[in-house]
Design a protein around this ligand. Structure first.
Ligand SMILES: C[S@@+](CC[C@H](N)C(=O)[O-])C[C@H]1O[C@@H](n2cnc3c(N)ncnc32)[C@H](O)[C@@H]1O
Length: 324
């Protein structure tokens, strides 16, 4: 069913992207931003254009006949007619529709992406995406499966723990002896602290890009869909290694498109509306295939690297150990 979910999600994206590109008017021939697009949305606009080119909506800077046709397709109608697919992952579709509904306004700068995705600072739907969507939630579910195989009730540090769906499940299932929940966002840390009440958990605001040493020693470090947001993932891996006891594990989750640099619209056209996804990204975007992450772990001195690919080639979970 998940394959169909992705297929329908892509067709919804195609209809929305075609419509928005049509409204924004001709693309500047030099590849610069159209006048109507705010510089703050440059990353999101780049993702939209890459998506449009890859899906045959845009050729040589002009919309194709397919795009013209799709621009008139009301995507809500497609949702209704494919209700059984939507039912397989309703949260992912609510999240996608929220983003697509605001796509044009965010690009124009009429609405801030943060306000569009988290109205009045409400992270509920984003949290549900990680907790309840079979597609997005795969990474947390896999981490929960793997944790018990990585050692007895270890001390774990989670980086970029966000809305805390994985942390909560780890605690409820009694998988660790102690858990340090961290995120760069003081709002998310405070919300998690109010919700997850357990003597095994402590909370801290922590920026993975800060030069300080990470808190340790710990037996394991988890970072699910965080390292692609970092200014310097290699340096973060070095700090993770130093925080680990010898033999300690790092568990990374990283989402990606099917090919290096390929757009993964469910990510790039939703969370990708936020400038933070693009802040440190190279020309191919912030997402790297799992092989790139596993190679980086090996280069940074980790051993016993194991890759657990996600279904539909949307990235994977990688586990490695501090071997020296
Ligand atoms: C895509 S979300 C993933 C959240 C969570 N790990 C999960 O899988 O549900 C990325 C998280 O990383 C956090 N983040 C972004 N930049 C960070 C940084 N420099 N240091 C620590 N956390 C960061 C964000 O605040 C957000 O909560």
């Amino acid at each position: 069913m998940s394959g169909e979910v992705l297929e329908l999600a892509e067709s919804l994206c195609a209809a929305a992207v075609a419509r928005v590109l049509r409204h924004l008017g001709p693309l500047p021939p030099d590849g610069s931003l159209p006048e109507a697009v705010t510089p703050r949305a440059q990353g999101a606009y780049g993702a939209l254009v890459r998506f449009a080119v890859a899906r045959g909506l845009l050729r040589a800077g002009s919309l194709t006949p397919r795009a013209a046709l799709l621009a008139h397709a009301p995507y809500a109608e497609q949702l209704v007619t494919r209700a059984e697919v939507v039912a397989a992952d309703p949260v992912a579709f609510r999240w996608l529709c929220r983003a697509l509904d605001h796509l044009e306004d965010v690009l124009r700068g009429a609405v801030l992406a943060e306000a569009a995705l988290f109205p009045e600072g409400d992270f509920t739907l984003a949290g549900q995406v990680y907790a309840d969507s079979p597609l997005f939630g795969w990474f947390g579910t896999k981490a929960l499966q793997l944790l018990p195989t990585l050692g007895d009730a270890p001390r774990v540090l989670e980086l970029g723990a966000g809305t805390g769906s994985t942390a909560q499940a780890v605690i409820e299932q009694g998988l660790v002896a102690s858990y340090l929940f961290t995120d760069v966002s003081d709002v998310l840390v405070a919300q998690a602290q109010a919700r997850i009440r357990h003597r095994a958990v402590t909370f801290r605001v922590l920026d993975v890009d800060a030069d300080d040493a990470l808190p340790g020693p710990v037996d394991g470090v988890m970072a699910l869909n965080v390292l692609h947001l970092s200014r310097d993932p290699e340096a973060v891996l070095d700090r993770i290694r130093r925080a680990l006891v010898p033999g300690g594990f790092v568990l990374l989750g990283e989402v990606c498109g099917p090919e290096p640099g390929a757009a993964f619209p469910l990510m790039e056209l939703t969370f990708g509306l936020l400038p933070s996804l693009w802040r440190h990204a190279g020309p191919a975007g912030p997402l790297r295939p799992v092989q790139a992450w596993s190679a980086m772990l090996t280069e940074r001195g980790f051993g016993d690297v194991q890759v657990h690919p996600a279904p539909h080639r949307i990235g994977g979970v990688i586990v490695a150990r501090r071997t020296s």
